[in-house]
Write a protein that binds this ligand. Sequence first.
Ligand code: SF4
Length: 330
Amino acid sequence: MPEPRVITFSRNVFLPLTTVCHNRCGYCCFRTSVQPGCLMAQEEVEKTLLNGAALGCTEALFTFGERPEEEPGFPEMIRAVGYATILDYCEAMCKKSIGYGILPHTNAGVLTYEEMEHLRPFNASMGLMLETTAEIPSHATSIGKSPDVRLAMMEDAGKLKIPFTTGLLLGIGETMADREDSLFAIRDLHKRYGHIQEIIIQNFCPKPGTPLERQPVPSTDEICATIRMAKDILPDDIAIQIPPNLIDAASLIPCGVDDLGGVSPLTIDYVNPEHPWPAFEELKRIVGNAVLRERLCIYPRYIERGWYHSDLQPLINRLSQTVQQRSGGP
Ligand code: SF4
């Protein structure tokens, strides 16, 4: 009997520590300037972690604006709450997360080797969307979206042995050939460092009031073709992930999807707030005949290789057992 096909997901909470960002992407509705509410207060972070832990969440996704200190008023604001930089605040909140029994996964945009090295002991995995290797107009005012800069960070993550998530953003002005080029770039990095655990194939969703509000969105067929291309180009050990709140996930499962990413029973998708997460029962319908299995934000092979700080070991061991039991494992 062949092994049943398995589709995984991670039960998470989403913590957007700040909406302030130095980039100006043509499709973004997340970014704000420095204004009331642009920094997630520590009390709110802790409340989310406490409630997330009570709901069985295993991943704290810290995703927020890139290089906010470059924006007027932000350095003063972060200092006023007791931290020198947003990354110091992130580190402190990662420690809180570990204390609440949830593994941190940080995606703070482009970071230096030293910044990642600093955050690594408090993160089970980290991420950065490559989005595309093409130079596109919607990134013209986003210095951090330079493909070379992003690939350099992904290479540094490999040198640091950080289990890493990246992905393509479809429909932002890139061509199918650009997607192919992006996938080859990811494959080449993974060949050298072996650190890419998953790649998100994410469709952009046009937001009213943004320069790309009238941009046509990729069709399900086009997304399926991109997933198939990713399957052809990437080695089997890189999981293909799609976001089930943005996409006709059930139709795309047969195209070669392995994973449904982070799904939260508590927090919204702050990047696409108009798209609620499916309930866990709905995920079972989406995967059809496949087995739905929960995973941690660090994939099992990196746990086996010990690609994490030893201080995280007790929590990783405990949560590994938790997700195995919830998935009907031993
Ligand atoms: S980097 Fe992210 S938060 Fe910043 S402008 Fe671009 S899409 Fe928005």
